[in-house]
Design a protein around this ligand. Structure first.
Ligand code: IPE
Ligand code: IPE
Ligand code: MG
Length: 241
């Protein structure tokens, strides 16, 4: 496929379940956090590849609502990594035209991290080249639960009538309300599950489960996965033309 053709058929919104950091580190006899650091470096490469590959929206799963079950030292190491990532990358993200947003429940995150997240969102809010969304303390069911609570409150306050509620109403209360639905969800590391990621939004997404561990996921492999997507036939329930 020619490069222009690939861009024309590129998914508008790609979501990645960045899995396999722990196994990547274990394979090198190193602690799990070593793998998370290598994974963070890969994020930069993949974000940078997006404009050339025609991807406008990239959403990455960084920490799930279930990941609190990990050891205290892994969780605190990850939180520190997120803080450092924001501090270190803010300037490049701004200069490269990346608009950053965070989805997930911020209530359980520490104040300093939340402040950095807010600042980065504000700093990059005028960018429009690539829309990077980082899912942090994110769970699809948790998100739908929080959205439902807010929707119910609007009904209780008389701002919304129960008769008007349909799927577009609920979508407006989700963390992702300003984002298009993902066209393609990629999960690395060979696991074929979605682990509570973008449950509502991925109703019609295409999925690619690939064996590569996230810290080994290169720009070239990303491009290959996008080419495979371009050859797919999406029908959305209709009969093919
Ligand atoms: C994904 O890698 C990163 C996070 C969930 C934070 P893992 O840490 O799940 O790596 P594996 O699956 O144990 O190899
Ligand atoms: C999913 O990976 C969450 C992230 C990539 C942040 P996990 O490694 O936590 O998922 P499971 O436990 O294998 O389902
Ligand atoms: Mg994992």
């Amino acid at each position: 496929m020619a490069a222009d053709d690939q861009i024309a058929r590129a998914p508008h919104h790609v979501a990645c379940i960045m899995d396999g950091n722990g196994r990547w580190a274990a394979g090198r006899g190193r602690p799990r956090l070593f793998g998370h650091h290598a994974g963070a470096r890969r994020v930069k490469e993949i974000v940078r590849a997006c404009p050339d590959l025609g991807v406008r929206y990239l959403t990455i799963f960084a920490f799930s609502t279930e990941n609190w079950k990990r050891t205290q030292s892994e969780v605190s190491g990850l939180m520190k990594l997120f803080r450092r990532y924001i501090q270190r990358e803010a300037r490049d993200l701004l200069a490269e035209g990346v608009r950053v947003r965070f989805i997930g429940d911020r209530v359980r995150l520490d104040e300093k991290l939340v402040r950095l997240m807010d600042e980065l969102e504000l700093l990059t809010s005028r960018n429009d080249k690539v829309h990077l969304t980082i899912a942090l303390n994110y769970g699809g069911r948790d998100e739908i639960g929080r959205a439902t609570k807010r929707l119910a409150q609007e009904i209780a306050d008389g701002k919304l009538s129960a008769h008007e509620v349909d799927e577009t109403t609920l979508a407006r209360f989700l963390d992702t309300h300003v984002l298009p639905d993902p066209d393609l969800v990629i999960r690395t590391s060979g696991e074929a599950r979605i682990s509570n990621f973008l449950l509502w939004q991925s109703a019609y997404a295409e999925y690619e489960f690939i064996d590569t561990l996230w810290p080994d996921f290169t720009r070239e492999e990303f491009s290959k996965v996008l080419r495979a997507y371009g050859a797919r036939d999406r029908r959305f329930g209709a009969v093919p033309a």
